[in-house]
Write a protein that binds this ligand. Structure first.
Ligand code: AHG
Ligand code: MN
Ligand code: MN
Length: 324
């Protein structure tokens, strides 16, 4: 038996997790292994470049956005426990087994601008429970704290699966036998940090408190924060969150005055919620600067939200600046 499957079934038994939920996760992971294999081949499998289509959010789709979405939907259609799915790349939710118990929400390919330049990308997923009635959009619109599991697969130098049921964060590395093997490290985000991630090119569009916050970081030792900060921006949320889980930090995608980002850029259901669930399980914090992300009741499937997550004391500091 594969190590991942037996590890997960032991984990489920010890932690009282339903076997149907485990089967849904196994299906998602199967799909991600297929996506990982396509990513590894790159130009050799013809997956680079534009698809020539757009999604409902007005974004141009890459071939891999479309392919990853297709692979996930196809695999999940074969799992009888999945009532339906919602995807960043689908206009509406897709009904699979209407009266079943689980909903899977995903960003099939995160960090699309990195595909063609061979920089880390990923798949993000979120799982919600649903009651036995006929599936409707309202079933997907649950606050992030209702998630029963969330995770991502990072397609980087290694393919890494990160998974949480809310209490702790599990990490696995894909081996050459297409099996995810548990990593040895304990995942925990330190409360403080000296590393931040934000797209600085949007600076002139930010609101004054965000300007003030980043200005303070850039002043380093000479400023009021009295320490130097390092900066990173991969433009893949999966890669940024992974770095924060491994060595700490803070990630910010605030709202700004551009027409398309007045409510932020990242999607609440496919990006902010699953990543906040993972970050919180690792001892970090996630805020929209108006409230904790996991407390927000979604209004619609493709809703966007400002995101600030990572080291809890640093997130608190940014929140405080926005309260004054
Ligand atoms: P996606 O590829 O799914 O559209 O998501 C990209 C997101 C996120 O991963 C990243 O943090 C951010 O967009 C990068 O945005 P900029 O290009 O504006 O920096
Ligand atoms: Mn994304
Ligand atoms: Mn995407």
């Amino acid at each position: 038996m594969k190590t991942f499957v037996s590890y997960l079934s032991d984990y489920a038994q010890k932690n009282n997790i339903s076997l149907s939920l485990i089967s849904v996760i196994e299906t998602i992971v199967e799909a991600c292994i297929e996506i990982s294999n396509q990513v590894r081949l790159g130009d050799l499998s013809g997956i680079l470049g534009e698809a020539g289509t757009g999604n409902i959010q007005g974004e141009q789709q890459k071939k891999l956005d479309v392919l990853a979405n297709h692979i996930l939907i196809e695999q999940l259609s074969n799992n009888k426990k999945v009532a339906g799915i919602a995807s960043e790349e689908e206009d509406n939710f897709v009904c699979l087994n209407s009266e079943q118990e689980y909903l899977v929400l995903f960003d099939p390919l995160d960090g699309s601008s990195n595909i063609d330049v061979n920089i880390s990308i990923g798949t993000i997923f979120s799982i919600l429970r649903k009651s036995g009635e006929k599936l409707e959009e309202k079933h997907f619109l649950q606050a992030g704290k209702e998630q029963v599991a969330a995770g991502y697969v990072l397609y980087g130098p290694q393919s890494i699966l990160v998974l949480s049921f809310g209490q702790e964060v599990l990490m696995f590395t894909l081996n050459d036998k297409q099996d995810f093997i548990p990593n040895t490290q304990v995942v925990s985000i330190p409360n403080q940090t000296q590393e931040f991630a934000i797209n600085m090119s949007n600076q002139r569009y930010w609101e004054p408190p965000m300007q003030q916050y980043i200005h303070g970081l850039l002043q380093g030792k000479e400023g009021e924060r009295q320490k130097d900060y390092n900066m990173r921006w991969v433009a893949s949320m999966v890669a940024e969150v992974h770095r924060i889980l491994i060595r700490g930090g803070i990630f910010l995608y605030p709202k700004d005055s551009r027409e398309t980002t007045q409510n932020g850029k990242l999607r609440l259901l496919y990006e902010a919620n699953p990543m906040s669930f993972i970050v919180q399980a690792a001892g970090g914090k996630a805020s929209s600067l108006a409230s904790d992300i996991l407390d927000i009741k979604p209004q619609k499937l493709h809703q966007r939200i400002p995101v600030v997550l990572g080291a809890s004391e640093e997130v608190d500091f940014v929140e405080q600046l926005h309260m004054n």
